[in-house]
Design a protein around this ligand. Sequence first.
Ligand SMILES: [Zn+2]
Length: 684
Amino acid sequence: MKNLWNDADAEKMVADYAKMGVRRDLALRVYTTRLLGGEPRLVLHGGGNTSCKTKATDLVGDEWDVLCVKGSGWDMAVIEPQGLPAVKMGALLKARALDTLSDEDMVALQRSNLIDPASPNPSVETLLHAFLPLKFVDHTHSTAILAIVDQENSKALVKTVFGDKIGYVPYIKPGFELAKVAADVFDTDPSVEGLILDKHGIFTFGDDAKQAYDRMIHYVTIAEDYIAKNGKPQATKAALPAKLAKASDIAPTLRGAVAVARGEGRFDRMISDFRTSDAIVDFINSARIAELAGRGVSTPDLSIRIKTGPMAVPAPDADKLGDYKAAVRSHVEAFAKDYRAYFETNDALDDVKRTMLDPMPRLTLVPGLGMFGHGRTLKDAKIASDIGEMWIEAVRGAEAIGNFQPLSKADLFPLEYWSLEQAKLASNKPKPLTGQVALITGGAGAIGAATAKLFAANGAHAVIVDLDPAKAAEAAKAAGNNSIGVGADITSPAEVRAAFDKAVAVYGGVDILVSNAGAAWEGRIGEIDDALLRKSFELNFFAHQSAAQNAVRIMLEQGTGGVLLFNTSKQAVNPGPKFGAYGLPKAATLFLSRQYALDYGAYGIRSNAVNADRIRSGLLTDAMIASRSGARGVSEKEYMSGNLLGQEVTADDVAQAFLHQALAERTTADVTTVDGGNIAAALR
Ligand SMILES: [Zn+2]
């Protein structure tokens, strides 16, 4: 592994932080923490931590010996000084004399000795850092080190590979007990330059930031060289179907299979992130992939992200996709059954009250194609994929030099169900649409953009489809929550299909369609140009049909229901003069909505329509408002609020109606009127 230390960069960071009053020790601690954090083969998404022993001044000017140690929630790659909270050393060192210390008391001890009480929680490995006497301490879950410690004979192998300058610490769950044992190992031979923790990772330390970092890179390189020199090629590959299906063909099926059924047709859905590369596919094409996946995670804290380990499913045959759905479902059921048994067996061992997490896999390996990370948000799904890549690295290395044998699942359990993690979970309530994907046509227009924003604020990921790709991207950015913009002419069935394919590629599927795009053409119906009427039908009817067809195709694959929402406008029930070219296809779309409700209700797919009227938008522009209000001899304000409530109706009001219809789980074949009240247009 390349050593990235650079004197000039280090000194520049010291100088820059000095201007903000940050001490040299802490600035260098930030510098090498970022070097370590930027390398996924060392640390990933919260795994690993660093510290330095230095001095800090409190509010009344007293100077204290402190440990600046990584705080929970900070990513090492982008850490700042405030991500390394200062804890008074005196109290931490005294704790070593205690016989026991519960996790809750350990956190209380650490928090009550913070110099700044607003700091994040210091790492769970804080005491281990404190008990080691050297000034700088670095800790990573290096994949090369894991390949060596995830072996049956790991103790002997550590000695063979690293020699006498590394201490060996048997596996103990992170916390007080591990800190004491690691400190004892160090005390028996204080000449060691690092400690290797069985089934877990490596600590190195030094008198300065560079020494601790150099040692980390040195020992990781020794491990990498050992694997390269002694590794044997991978075992036999599995036979693959002659014609493999594509990832997009199976993504909705898989996404549906891993959704958590809450009963009575309700689901907590997940997002799927597909990841592939030659290295990924080469590894998961192993004939032994299911067996390897079943052995578990390469380092225990991964269980917080990917539970007991990945799930392997068969390679999909393009000619037998019908059978594949059942195969995937039975694999997911088997995974969930094993997970429940793992929970029940280990939970029964003591009296601690725990809440079982959902039993669904977070990482699925598909031979021939790649892997899917699953999570309640796109971010969580991507984290699962990132972890999957490093799991592959560690297991490939372990299998090359021996036999991958990670921590047993019984030992993993206390970590996945660590009391502090359970507490974090209880406070982390999902939003009403978390895990759902909403595709919105006309998404960059006033109503579409307002709907996308509201849906994203309620937890959905929005796929904003608009004729103008730049505007779609802009609306996606405004909506937030990792939403995406897609340019498409929705009167082209091929472009509609491509927009849905994009939603599947990014999120794994679609749960909500807001079929909103439309445009109005005027003219007395008896004199209207035939081509214009047909053009209006293409956009105001057939485009709704092709979007709905695609949505239903994906929803049926997922098997978790869904909802179709149509913008049908007031014209569908109450025609306006010279508005036939617009009203006729909209009336057809209102009945289209009812037809979908009728034909797909049995599959849990709902279909509703919103009848909006007189909304300031691309369809009713400011110029049109000025001319129409002028023609009627009323002010613009009077024109826009000419309804029973006497208030202007906005795009946000329409978005609220769509959200209501999306959330009302027992409402289908409904029409919601959003016009401030217009008796002539009221539905009977
Ligand atoms: Zn660790």
